[in-house]
Design a protein around this ligand. Structure first.
Ligand SMILES: Nc1ncnc2c1ncn2[C@@H]1O[C@H](COP(=O)(O)OP(=O)(O)OP(=O)(O)O)[C@@H](O)[C@H]1O
Ligand SMILES: [Mg+2]
Length: 316
């Protein structure tokens, strides 16, 4: 485990939170769900949830032992920023960024929760990852090299690593509770959902959200190469849930160094993945111990992405 207090790239001490116990929430705030990165809790208002973004980091679907300073606050802040930016396209789950009054004596928990939590609408998650790709990379590139298609979408010949696609494509994946997610064709998602209208709504909304945020990011010098969205239903109403266009759910590349045909330096966890690949880890638990330098560089990349994308500074 990392030290409780870690030096940040901005040389400010920040508390690193990786476990539910560290949150030290009162007994009336019952635990709801643990994700790889987020912990959620039931609030006295049964239609809402408290979502806390920890500093945990996962790679290849395995959570590392160490936390990354600032990461939880960055993911939470970026998601709030992007939810706001797209709220005219589709409603999202955010009720309040401030937890004040959401449970008795919430003011006693500001120190730990502030900046890394939100009160959200409790939704029934739709169990598909809605992936949009504007560029060819990662599993999309691998599929294209084998079949000239990605998730059943035929692409023109001659594309190379990191090529910009003529227009962004929607490439859904199953959201598996255990193990790795699997890319599937749109028709398969339609079939499994059993609702053509809902499938079309997921596709059109995902593409519109990607375009809106990618355009915004590009003006700030960041390419959003791809991203993964999650949706949920509140009654019959479709809303966006979870996180929105963060370095965990997206590939961010600096515009200045973008050059197709090669690996792209990135603001996301690609740096960690590259280090893990070099270690020849078999991508099964337990993960290797991350050196301080890998943690610090990863943290610095997240901090940089936050500043560029939102134009704001972080506060401890
Ligand atoms: N508004 C919401 N209502 C109900 N569940 C939600 C809501 N927002 C997010 N969730 C769920 O809470 C969990 C958040 O945890 P986390 O982001 O750590 O996810 P994960 O699913 O383990 O990882 P990944 O995001 O990489 O798939 C997810 O299962 C997500 O679907
Ligand atoms: Mg998630």
């Amino acid at each position: 485990m990392t030290k409780e207090i870690s030096k940040t790239p901005a040389s400010q001490p920040v508390k690193v939170i990786t476990t539910r116990e560290q949150l030290n929430l009162p007994a009336e705030v019952k635990h709801y769900k643990s994700g790889k990165v987020r912990e959620s809790f039931l609030l006295p208002n049964p239609k809402s949830l408290l979502i806390v973004t920890t500093d945990r980091i996962s790679a290849y679907d395995v959570v590392m032992n160490e936390g990354v300073p600032w990461k939880g606050k960055i993911l939470n802040g970026m998601s709030l920023h992007n939810f706001k930016l797209t709220e005219d396209i589709i409603p999202n789950h955010v009720i309040a960024a401030n937890i004040f009054g959401s449970f008795p004596h919430s003011e006693n928990h500001f120190d730990i929760l502030n900046g890394r939590s939100a009160v959200v609408m409790r939704a029934e998650p739709i169990l598909f990852e809605c992936v949009v790709r504007g560029y060819l990379y990662g599993s999309g590139l691998k599929e294209y090299m084998k079949t000239a298609e990605v998730c059943g979408i035929p692409l023109p010949p001659g594309l190379i690593k990191a090529s910009k696609l003529e227009s962004p494509i929607f490439t859904p994946a199953t959201k598996s509770e255990t193990g790795h997610d699997e890319n599937i064709p749109y028709g398969e998602m339609e079939k499994r959902l059993g609702d053509k209208k809902l499938a079309a709504q997921l596709r059109e909304t995902s593409l519109a959200i990607y375009q809106r945020i990618a355009d915004y990011a590009l003006k700030n010098g960041i390419i959003v190469a791809d991203t993964k969205l999650e949706f949920g239903l509140v009654g019959k109403k479709l809303i966006l849930i979870d996180e929105l266009v963060t370095p965990d759910s997206s590939r961010f590349w600096p515009l200045t160094t973008y050059k197709p045909g090669q690996d792209q330096p990135s603001f996301d966890k690609q740096f960690l993945r590259d280090w893990l690949d070099k270690e020849k880890w078999n991508q099964m638990p337990p993960p290797p111990t991350l050196p301080e330098e890998v943690i610090a560089t990863t943290s610095a990349k997240y901090v940089e992405a936050y500043k560029l994308l939102t134009g704001r500074m972080l506060r401890a």
